[in-house]
Structure formats: structure tokens, C-alpha cells
Design a protein. Structure first.
Length: 348
């Protein structure tokens, strides 16, 4: 587990934390908010290590060498409490939510003195996975945390948290990582060529975690095929072929976030071209010729409308647990109808 000083690409987010550590002016609850895969969890673990370190450095960061640091790194420190989604009983992935029983167990643990006689740290990972009952159970502990007890909530969707939770946390914003940095890291971590790393960096929207998921996904190899299936400026594609695609994607929900990512980045590329940006600014640079044709044929308002449809469908399926196949089919019908309306208008 790296100390805070080794968390890369988030200097602005970490600057205030480092000052607070050095000056011993720490807030009792922080919310690390930002996209997935940009270093929020690493920073939260680094802060926990710094708070529990036996021999902190002059700047307040963890020494990484003491017994406390080693135990935090292994998540074995008795005064470090980690709340996150648990494994499902059937072994098929993780629970959808952080359970209220987990919060109650935390409250019981915090009702006793700390084991080491000093600080206690609670890391709440994927805080947006709390339902209202769980969040309300946590609220009293956040309001009256006890001496030397610090909370760090980590979330990619802080809008899903209760306003009462948000009001008790000091927010630390983590932004997307730079494309150059993500390209370099993905090239190293996934052993990619520079061109492949650059493509994934653009697709990942500043998230190393998302880039690694794409690198191992079968969708990447089908990228051009999927874009051709969806981006049909003339509305000539048969709906039965799109229905088959919806069925395929609906059976493998793990790929859906990446599929929606492909769609979003494609239509954003078209908007960039319409705004006069060069091909070098595109995510799908290798498909620039196709993108230019589409950008010339589809008006701005239609592209903007399609992006809104895509984002609404993504939200309904991934956040609202809607039927993936049915909602994808509905999206595809809207896209085809939109393209046919444009063709009909051009033919007049």
C-alpha cells in the first residue's frame, strides 16, 4: 500500500490532506469523490496508514516501515475498520449493497476503546452502495464519532448519498487522470503497444481501472463492429440484427458499462469533429474517416439527442436494475428511428 506521497496524478486532491496531516488539523470525516479507477481507494488507504503510523514523517505521511504501517497495508490493524460490499453466499460476485448489519457491527466495535490506545480509522468503500436504512444507521456515528476516530468515505457517485451524510463530510475531489499519464500506466501494466495504450487511455476517460477492464474485455476487439452496428446514419440497419445484439449484451451484464462507454466516446468524437477539433483530439482516432462521414451527415441536435438516450438507458440498466435486453432494444429502435427521420428529411 503506497503512502500518500506515492499516489500519482492527484496532486490537487492530496495537497489539502497533506497540509492537514502536517498541521494536525484533520476533519473527522472525509468523502473522496471522483470517477472509478483514479486513485481514490489508494489515497484512502494511504491516509489510513498515515493516521495510524507510529513514526510519521515530518510532513505527516506514513513511514511505511513501522509495525502499524505494515498491519494497515495488510488490513490487519485492529483499529482499522473497512466496510465494503461482501461476497454473496452463493459465491457469485458481491452483494449489491453494504448491509445494515455491517454498520451495526462497526458501531459495536467503536463503542470500545481503541486497541492501540490511539486513533481509529473507518474506510467506507463504495459508499454509494449504502441504502437509506444503512446510511441512516451510520449517520449517528458520523455525528458523534468519538475522540480520535476518523471516517473516509470513497464514492464514484456521491449524488446517491444522503444529504445528511454529505453535510458531515469534507469532500475531496478526485478528477480524471491525464491521458498521457493513463497511456503510460496502461502501456506498462497491460503490456501494450503505445498506440494501443493511447486508444485505451482515451476510452477509459481518465481511469486506469476502466482501462485495464477494457484491455481484458472482448468488447475491445469488437469495437469497430459494434460502432458500425449502432452508428448507422441512414437508418438502414435491420432491427432484427440489433435485437440479436441486445440479446447478446443482455446476457453478459459485466460488459455493459464498457459497451455504453464505447457509445458515449464515439458520439462525443462526432461532436468534437463538428466543433472543428482535429483527429488527434478524438478517442477513436483509427476510425477518424468513419467519424468524419457521420459527423457530416448527422446534425448536432441528433447527436446530442442520441447521447442523452444512451446515458438514460445506461442509468436505467446499471443503476435502476431495469431489464437490460428490453431497454437496449428500446434504445436501438430510437436510434434507428432517429436516423430514418434524418434520411427522410434529407430526401425532401
Amino acid at each position: 500500500m503506497p503512502p500518500l506521497c506515492d499516489v500519482e496524478g492527484q496532486d490537487r486532491a492530496l495537497e489539502g490532506l497533506k497540509r492537514a496531516l502536517k498541521g494536525q488539523r484533520l476533519h473527522h470525516a472525509y468523502l473522496f469523490a471522483g470517477p472509478d479507477g483514479v486513485g481514490k481507494r489508494l489515497a484512502a488507504q494511504g491516509l489510513a496508514e498515515a493516521l495510524l503510523c507510529e513514526h510519521p514523517l515530518d510532513d505527516g505521511d506514513a513511514c511505511t516501515q513501522c509495525k502499524a504501517c505494515r498491519r494497515v497495508a495488510e488490513q490487519q490493524h485492529p483499529d482499522l475498520h473497512v466496510l465494503e460490499r461482501q461476497d454473496r453466499p452463493d459465491g457469485k460476485g458481491l452483494e449489491r449493497q453494504i448491509k445494515i448489519d455491517q454498520v451495526r457491527a462497526l458501531q459495536r466495535a467503536l463503542s470500545f476503546k481503541s486497541f492501540e490506545g490511539g486513533r481509529r480509522v473507518v474506510l467506507l468503500l463504495e459508499a454509494e452502495a449504502m441504502n437509506p436504512a444503512t446510511a441512516n444507521a451510520l449517520l449517528k456515528t458520523l455525528e458523534e464519532p468519538g475522540d480520535d476516530t476518523f471516517f473516509v468515505l470513497v464514492s464514484h457517485a456521491p449524488n446517491r448519498l444522503l444529504p445528511t451524510i454529505l453535510s458531515r463530510c469534507q469532500r475531496v475531489r478526485f478528477g480524471p487522470l491525464s491521458r498521457a499519464y493513463v497511456t503510460r500506466r496502461l502501456t506498462e501494466l497491460a503490456e501494450l503497444t503505445p498506440d494501443a495504450g493511447a486508444l485505451l487511455a482515451g476510452l477509459s476517460e481518465g481511469s486506469i481501472g476502466r482501462g485495464l477492464a477494457l484491455a481484458s474485455s472482448g468488447l475491445l476487439a469488437r469495437r469497430a463492429e459494434l460502432i458500425a452496428a449502432i452508428d448507422d446514419p441512414h437508418g438502414l440497419r435491420r432491427l432484427d440484427a440489433l435485437s440479436e445484439l441486445a440479446d447478446q449484451l443482455g446476457r453478459d451484464k459485466a460488459e455493459l458499462p464498457l459497451f455504453f462507454l464505447l457509445l458515449r466516446t464515439w458520439y462525443r468524437d462526432l461532436l468534437l469533429l463538428q466543433a472543428g477539433r482535429p483527429a488527434e483530439a478524438l478517442v477513436h482516432q483509427d476510425l477518424a474517416d468513419r467519424a468524419r462521414r457521420s459527423a457530416a451527415e448527422v446534425p448536432f441536435s441528433a447527436i446530442d439527442h442520441r447521447l442523452a438516450l444512451i446515458q438514460a438507458t445506461e442509468r436505467d440498466i446499471l443503476d435502476g436494475n431495469a431489464n437490460a435486453r428490453l431497454f437496449l432494444e428500446r434504445l436501438f429502435v430510437h436510434l434507428v428511428d432517429d436516423a430514418r427521420a434524418i434520411r427522410a428529411g434529407s430526401a425532401r
